[in-house]
Design a protein around this ligand. Sequence first.
Ligand code: SAH
Length: 235
Amino acid sequence: MNQLLLGPADLLSPDRARVTGRPLAHLRSIRHLAVGDCFAVGIIDGNQGQATVVSLADDHAELALDCQQPPPAPLPLTLILAMPRPKMLRRVIQTLVAMGVKELVLINSTKVEKSYWQTPRLGADSLAEQITLGLEQAKDTVWPRIQLRQRFKPFVEDELGTLAADSLKLIAHPGTSTPCPRALAQPATLCIGPEGGFTDYEVALIEAQGFTPVHLGPRILRVENAVPALLARLF
Ligand code: SAH
């Protein structure tokens, strides 16, 4: 953890916090912090800076906060991602959160197995844990919005156009003729398919909303690698 993330429940006032549970265990066992020590903190959806340990008890620590710096700028991107396998979901969410994605929509697709939607990793607590780890890794504080859409066609036909309005609309699809653009100077909406890829029918429906299929070269990457490769190339 490069920065401890504090939420509203941890704050006693804007410059005082009291931590218990996971953050306390981390401060004790990994950082071996003592009274007077300083470390990096951020406040969810707020500024970031330094915390100083004011007191340390068995079940809590009290921190004095000096948080003046704003978090890094978000990526100007809406990411539409076909629901990954549960094992991959954890890693992918942490990665995209660490890279600054603030708008994520997980969608269904023909090659997404129905059982993927049943995973406990989509539960609010589990998602919050992945988001926290990603933000702490990247030294960011801004909580992303994650939406779930289990019906592909209504999502694409009724929502995608509005969601993507005024942005460059791209669908990552191997084997197409247009290379993925680099270093964009404008917001983008990017669709990434499942492990088995989008079907031709799905690509056609997304294209009908003004999206251009783009490729990253002849090598087909796993979703967990395609996500950072695409984001790094676009921004
Ligand atoms: N089996 C599929 C590939 C799926 S890879 C096929 O052969 O077409 C999973 C997703 O990662 C793809 O849907 C795409 O969005 C993205 N991706 C992986 N490699 C890519 C590449 N070289 N170019 C563009 N997108 C890629």
